[in-house]
Ligand binder design. Structure first.
Ligand code: FES
Length: 169
C-alpha cells in the first residue's frame, strides 16, 4: 500500500481500530497516561481488557503517551505475555518440556503449522485456532503432549494432528 505523505496518520490509525479497542484504550490512557513509567502499565491494562495489542493499537498508544512506536514494539516483543493478534476460539498449546521435546514435540509443531497454515503464536484466518508452545503441563508420562483448550491429548503423533482438530469448531 502506498502512503500519501500528507495523510493524517492519526486518522488512518483511528479507522483501523474497532470501537471496543478505542474505548478500552481511551479509558486506560485517561487514568494512567501521566503516571511515571506508564508504558508497561498501559500495555498490561489494555491487554487485560482487549486480549491483544494490534499494530494500530500500538500506534495509538505510542501517540497518546508521546513515546516512539519502536519503544512500544520493543516492550511487546520483550515480554512473552503480550499478544499482538487476537486469540482464536481454541488455543492449541504444544508442550516443549524436556520429555515432550525428546519424544517428538518439534515434529508436532511442524505438522500443526503445516495443517493450519500458520506459524507459532499466530491465529488462523477463520479465527478458529491459535497455535502456541507451552512448558511442561505435568503429563510427561504421556509425552508428547498437546493441549487444546482444557483437553490434554497424550502420545500425539504427526498422523493424529488433523483428527485432533475435528471436534473444535
Ligand atoms: S514435558 Fe510435556 S508434559 Fe511434561
Amino acid at each position: 500500500m502506498s502512503v500519501n505523505p500528507n495523510m493524517d496518520l492519526t486518522t488512518v490509525v483511528d479507522v483501523t481500530l474497532t470501537p471496543e479497542e478505542k474505548s478500552a484504550m481511551d479509558e486506560v490512557l485517561s487514568a494512567n497516561r501521566d503516571r511515571p513509567g506508564a508504558t508497561m502499565l498501559v500495555l498490561t491494562l489494555v491487554q487485560e481488557k482487549v486480549g491483544y495489542i494490534s499494530p494500530p493499537m500500538q500506534a495509538y498508544i505510542a501517540k497518546a503517551l508521546g513515546v516512539p512506536l519502536s519503544h512500544i514494539y520493543g516492550v511487546l516483543t520483550f515480554y512473552s505475555s503480550f499478544r499482538m493478534v487476537p486469540l482464536g476460539r481454541h488455543k492449541i498449546s504444544i508442550c516443549l518440556g524436556t520429555a515432550c521435546y525428546v519424544r517428538g514435540g518439534p515434529m508436532l509443531i511442524e505438522k500443526y503449522q503445516q495443517v493450519l497454515g500458520v506459524k507459532m503464536g499466530e491465529t488462523t484466518e477463520d479465527n478458529r485456532f491459535t497455535l502456541e508452545i507451552c512448558r511442561c503441563v505435568g503429563a510427561c508420562s504421556q509425552a508428547p503432549v498437546v493441549m487444546i483448550d482444557e483437553d490434554i491429548l497424550g502420545r500425539v503423533s504427526p498422523a493424529d494432528v488433523s483428527k485432533s482438530l475435528r471436534k473444535y469448531e
